[in-house]
Design a binder for this molecule. Structure first.
Ligand code: SF4
Length: 159
């Protein structure tokens, strides 16, 4: 499957707990007024990559790399391919964090198979809605047992 990629980071400690790979996708339809990464909004300008190539790159980082983080752009705009990547990584013992500008309620109410597929492979105990100055900026973050990611969200999106 093909993914429209903004940036791939093989190892990072700032996009979630522990050492993680990060897939930042190109394209976001949400357009938050205070977005810190407007360069990811357009579908044009990304790099089209094969999802299995990314899976292979991430697995080569084991055992130091413990998981993958999806961010954007908007990961749920490419939910099918990201769900496929996540399934393959989880099969190999890695965890999955997904940042999204949508609310969980919205994603669930849409009843879209692609949204449901990505939700089902995202480690998800914790939903965080961040509202700043009347602007819904970010929204969700998932990862079991890592509630300090709230802090990372704030740093990431509030600068
Ligand atoms: S959802 Fe994220 S990437 Fe999209 S506009 Fe909002 S802050 Fe920017």
């Amino acid at each position: 499957m093909k993914l429209n990629l903004f940036q791939f980071t093989p190892t990072t400690e700032v996009e979630g707990p522990g050492l993680r790979a990060c897939i930042q996708v190109q394209g976001c339809p949400i357009r938050c007024p205070d977005c810190g990464v407007p360069q990811t909004w357009q579908k044009r300008g990304g790099t089209i990559v094969d999802s299995n190539y990314l899976v292979k790159q991430i697995l080569e980082g084991r055992p130091l790399v413990e998981g993958v983080t999806f961010l954007g752009g908007e990961p749920f705009a490419q939910a099918t391919v990201l769900a496929d990547i996540a399934r393959k990584l989880k099969h190999n013992g890695l965890s999955v964090v997904t940042f999204t500008g949508y609310t969980l309620e919205f994603l669930q109410n849409e009843k879209r198979p692609d949204y449901d597929a990505l939700l089902s492979v995202t480690d998800l105990p914790e939903i965080v809605n961040v509202v700043v100055a009347s602007t819904v900026k970010i929204t969700l973050l998932f990862l079991s047992g890592y509630q300090y990611l709230w802090h990372h969200l704030l740093l990431l999106y509030l600068g």
